[in-house]
Design a protein around this ligand. Structure first.
Ligand SMILES: [Zn+2]
Length: 201
């Protein structure tokens, strides 16, 4: 099955806004690996969810200093009308531009962290160390190189949008999800097998 990864275009000067958390940031827990004890995700961002936007046009997707992305009500409607799964909750976000509250509905989706393993060999992943963990595969190591992303046993994946332990900051979707969202602005995808995180390039 083909999977696609959302391109985080925050650092591209493409005319779309990006966001930064506004005011004091409240955080919750991060998910830890039950075997090696290393963190698998960053800290959860807790309400009040408020962001300040840069100059530019407001797209259906807003990337920023927070994890993953913020999405428009149009994106949420597509998700719901198609009966997709993988988002645990959509939390309303207040967005401000030049200190004014923007009168549009935006949401922060909390996306499920899927238990699926990565095919390290096929993905040609090189880690920055020798520690190993059979549960999370990373044991706290960073990724130095990778050629693309291949998953193992993907028939077990039930969600249309999900995250994985190997690349928890990235968002993966099925082809059906990609096709349903292709009219949305500031949203593009890379085929997983061709994907390299932008911090590696
Ligand atoms: Zn582990």
């Amino acid at each position: 099955m083909n999977y696609y990864i959302v391109n985080n275009t925050m650092f591209e000067e493409n005319g779309w806004v990006y966001g930064e958390e506004k005011g004091v940031i409240k955080t919750g827990k991060a998910i830890k690996c039950l075997e090696c004890g290393n963190y698998l995700t960053s800290l959860e961002w807790l309400p009040p969810l408020e962001i300040t936007l840069s100059k530019g046009q407001i797209g259906d997707v807003i990337f920023g200093t927070f994890n993953h992305f913020i999405i428009s009500d149009k994106f949420k409607d597509i998700y719901e009308n198609n009966g997709f799964s993988g988002v645990i909750s959509f939390e309303p976000v207040k967005i401000y531009q030049k200190n004014n509250l923007v009168n549009k509905s935006y949401f922060y989706p909390r996306i499920n962290l899927c238990e699926i393993d990565t095919d390290i060999e096929k993905s040609e992943i090189v880690f920055s160390g020798k520690k190993q963990c059979s549960k999370c595969q990373k044991a706290g190591r960073g990724i130095k190189k990778m050629k693309g992303l291949y998953l193992i046993g993907d028939k077990k994946i039930k969600d249309n949008i999900f995250c994985i332990k190997m690349l928890p900051g990235d968002i993966i979707v099925t082809n059906k999800f990609r096709m349903a969202t292709k009219e949305l602005s500031n949203l593009s995808y890379t085929l997983a097998e061709n994907y390299k995180p932008n911090w590696l390039i």
